[in-house]
Design a protein around this ligand. Structure first.
Ligand code: UD1
Length: 447
């Protein structure tokens, strides 16, 4: 079987990395089995990684490949920035050439960025022969809905889901959303969250990050001088066009953060879009920055003072370390709402809605809107709340293994009329997740 996986923008990398690791683990296991039983028919997976180049900076893309042990992309499209139409069209044109040449059995797209939709759309219309053969389209992180069609990501989610053949959902709300839109239950599998697979496998490594020292957020314990403790701080990210492209909205959000920034340092790694707006709107003075960027590193002199500390965008491990130790995270990102749920860090989401309701049900996440007073109130509430969130179902680090398991079974089903079980290699039968029937990951509708 030949799988082609697409990545393009920052939030894609941590969702794709576990899938590639699961493919490698599958192939390694088969090689080991072959040595023991040379007569066995084995199905290796050939894999091609395509990077569209939607994000291209070292800080937005390159550093994630080293942090997540991702292989270098086999194919780089270099699509770059532009309006939604220009960016999507550029990716589509270039991806069609790749697809015609590579002819994979499966195309995997993850998340909800323009690269996700562009590549799913191209795959849905390609034809390799006179009978219209094309790859199976697999959407990882399907079914999430904010019900806000002014969000470009919501359009990407809906359209990608409707052209996909196999939909892997991260939370139970996704199953219901897809069913409500008339998508057949046969296409839907509740496998869990590959971004959480990444978090769980890199959590320990992130502890070795030196970002807390770099930001002077570690202080010497008073008596013995040896042990260090973490200064109480908050972490902030803002990048949604609806929050940062409008001066009044951005100003309101900053006003909502004033009280928090008087109480503790607020570390703010700044997305390139937000950086541009800060300059255009003349917000530098309000932000009282005391960190300076130097070739991707953050240099801070002295003790951190309260206020907002601007930094360049951070790598995966540094950011994970900061999320884990923060007293509070304020964000307009989607993925950070999920990561803080698993880390048990209180989160305030500066948006009117979320497509990830399980993060609110788990108790770590509060939806604050974008007005100064509602943000301030949500911050006060979340700071005084005791967290003890239970992990959402299937957020257990095994989502990617389940995905590969399902894809292998689908592929065997297609290329043979024999039932799954007789085709399953022993190594999969002995694996806990693989022993469960395929329906184990499919939620009964309406439950
Ligand atoms: C994209 C995704 C969004 C995701 C976000 C994470 C879409 C519709 N949006 O938004 O869902 O949450 O990524 O960051 O796909 N730029 C750089 N260097 C880069 C990449 C971008 O400087 O490596 C600048 C460019 O000036 C560009 C701007 O950032 O115009 C925005 O990049 P773009 O990919 O268009 O959208 P994001 O806002 O990053």
């Amino acid at each position: 079987m030949k799988i082609l996986t697409v990545v393009g923008a920052r939030p894609n990398f941590m969702k794709a990395a576990p899938i590639i690791a699961a493919i490698n683990a599958h192939n390694d296991r088969l090689v080991a089995d072959c040595v023991d039983q040379p007569e066995r028919q084995v199905e290796t997976i050939r894999h091609t990684l395509v990077h569209t180049g939607q994000h291209y900076d070292e800080l937005m893309s390159g550093s994630f490949f080293s942090d997540l042990n991702l292989p270098k992309p086999d194919i780089y499209l270099g699509a770059g920035s532009g309006s939604h139409a220009v960016q999507t069209a550029e990716i589509m044109k270039k991806f069609e050439e790749v697809l015609s040449r590579e002819k994979p059995d499966v195309v995997v797209v993850v998340g909800d960025v323009n690269s996700t939709l562009a590549c799913a759309l191209v795959t849905s219309k390609i034809s390799f022969d006179s009978v219209g053969s094309r790859p199976m389209i697999v959407h990882v992180e399907a079914g999430l809905r904010s019900f806000d069609r002014s969000m470009p990501e919501e359009i990407n989610r809906i359209l990608t889901d409707h052209v996909s053949d196999q939909l892997f959902v991260t939370e139970e709300s996704g199953i219901q959303n897809l069913r409500n839109e008339g998508i057949s239950v046969d296409k839907i599998q509740f496998v869990g969250n590959t971004m959480i697979d990444s978090l769980l496998s890199f959590k320990e490594k992130a502890e070795a990050s030196t970002i807390l020292e770099k930001l002077a957020l570690l202080r010497q314990a008073e008596k013995n001088g040896a042990a260090k403790s973490v200064t109480r701080y908050a972490l902030l990210t803002l990048h949604r066009p609806s929050n940062v492209d409008n001066r009044d909205v951005f100003q309101n959000i900053l006003a909502g953060l004033e009280e928090l920034a008087r109480e503790c340092p607020v570390v703010f790694p700044v997305h390139p879009r937000t950086q541009r707006r800060i300059g255009e709107f003349g917000f530098e003075f309000q932000l009282g920055a005391n960190a300076e960027e130097n070739g991707g590193n953050v240099k801070v002199s002295g003790i951190p003072r309260n206020g907002i500390i601007l930094t360049a965008p951070l790598g995966y491990l540094d950011f994970l370390c900061l999320m884990k130790h923060a007293a509070l995270v304020v964000t307009d990102s989607g993925g950070i709402q999920e990561e803080t749920t698993i880390l048990g860090t209180p989160c305030v989401t500066v948006r009117e809605n979320t497509e990830r309701p399980v993060t609110v049900e788990s108790g770590t996440n509060a939806i604050a809107g974008t007005k100064a007073d509602t943000i301030r109130d949500a911050i006060r509430r979340q700071m005084s709340r005791k967290m003890g969130a239970e992990a959402p179902r299937n957020w257990d680090g095994k989502a990617a293994a389940r995905i590969i398991d399902v894809l292998l079974r689908r592929h065997r089903e297609k290329s043979s009329s024999r039932p799954f079980t007789s085709l399953m290699p022993d190594c999969l039968k002995t694996d806990a997740h693989a022993r469960e029937p395929i329906n184990a990951y499919r939620q009964p509708i309406g439950s």
